[in-house]
Design a protein around this ligand. Structure first.
Ligand SMILES: [Mg+2]
Length: 285
């Protein structure tokens, strides 16, 4: 089946295709090209908070994120994507060998993936696995099931959580009104959530020099495992995070608040929303 799909996509000319009346000629940028990151060598350092650096737009965008993710993932990772932006954005991600994916595409249950990630991390540990458990979840959805953070911390599970802070319900903005206040999420202090939920800050042992060298990950016992929070505002900061040792073999909870723009969405999602709006308009006239 894989061979058939591969051959069909090779033969397909996107310029000649229309899906339910949608012009998909917008899909004209190869995934590999979208994943290129502007070089910082020619621009000033990015400023905290808005993702811009000089005249260069350094904000993390869906078009870039999900294809770039392909290069960071490793074989055997467990990748969990929340309903909405992550579950659609991940269609642009090329998965390494033996990746396990978890999503809730059928009911699109909001907030499902946070406790699902907790279950996956617990199961992974009990099976003696060394798989990384990686969750992408959006802000409003996270708020629905946030107490699961407490359970993750209680069991001292190993997990990487990317919380996309884009200010609320972006799909609803695309479907109904980009500026409607009811789609705004309450502004939580996300990086403080692990502490609020009973977590202990991870002890930084990366600078311990006495005695024979021991890799930091090996020095950390189950009892030591706590949480570490991060904030990323732009592409460079995210890429710098991805190359850190603690993200290659996470121990404890690594909680990353990732700022993205509220109107940004993966291209397939924009196309579907536009089509729904068009269909709704046609049926109401
Ligand atoms: Mg959101």
């Amino acid at each position: 089946m894989y061979g058939v799909i591969k051959r069909l996509t090779e033969l397909l000319d996107p310029q000649k295709v229309s899906i339910m009346g949608i012009d998909i000629s917008l899909v004209d940028t190869p995934i590999e090209t979208r994943a290129s990151t502007p070089s910082l060598s020619s621009v000033p350092p990015p400023h905290q908070g808005h993702g811009n650096s000089g005249n260069v737009d350094m904000a993390i965008k869906h078009d870039w994120l999900w294809s770039k993710l392909s290069k960071w993932l490793k074989a055997n990772d467990i990748l969990i994507t929340e309903a909405g932006m992550p579950s659609v954005g991940v269609w642009d991600t090329k998965l390494p060998r033996d990746t396990t994916t978890i999503s809730q595409m059928f009911w699109r249950s909001i907030g499902y993936t946070l406790p699902a990630a907790q279950g996956a991390a617990l199961a992974s540990r009990e099976l003696g696995s060394v798989q990384r458990v990686i969750l992408f979840i959006t802000d409003r959805n996270f708020q629905s099931t946030a107490p699961a953070i407490s359970t993750i911390l209680k069991h001292k599970l190993d997990i990487i959580i990317f919380l996309i802070n884009n200010g609320g319900y972006t799909i609803e903005r695309w479907l109904h009104d980009m500026k409607a206040g009811y789609n705004d999420a309450p502004d939580w202090e996300y990086t403080a959530i692990p502490k609020t939920m009973g977590g202990k800050a991870m002890v930084d042992i990366s600078n311990v020099h006495s005695g024979p060298y021991v890799h930091p990950a090996k020095m950390m016992t189950k009892r030591d495992r706590g949480y570490k929070s991060y904030t990323v505002n732009n592409m460079i900061e995210l890429e710098e995070l991805w190359v850190k040792e603690e993200f290659k073999k996470p121990m404890g909870m690594h909680f990353v608040e990732m700022h993205m723009r509220k109107e940004d969405a993966p291209l397939p999602l924009k196309l579907v929303c536009k089509n729904i709006v068009k269909t709704n308009k046609a049926s109401s006239t």
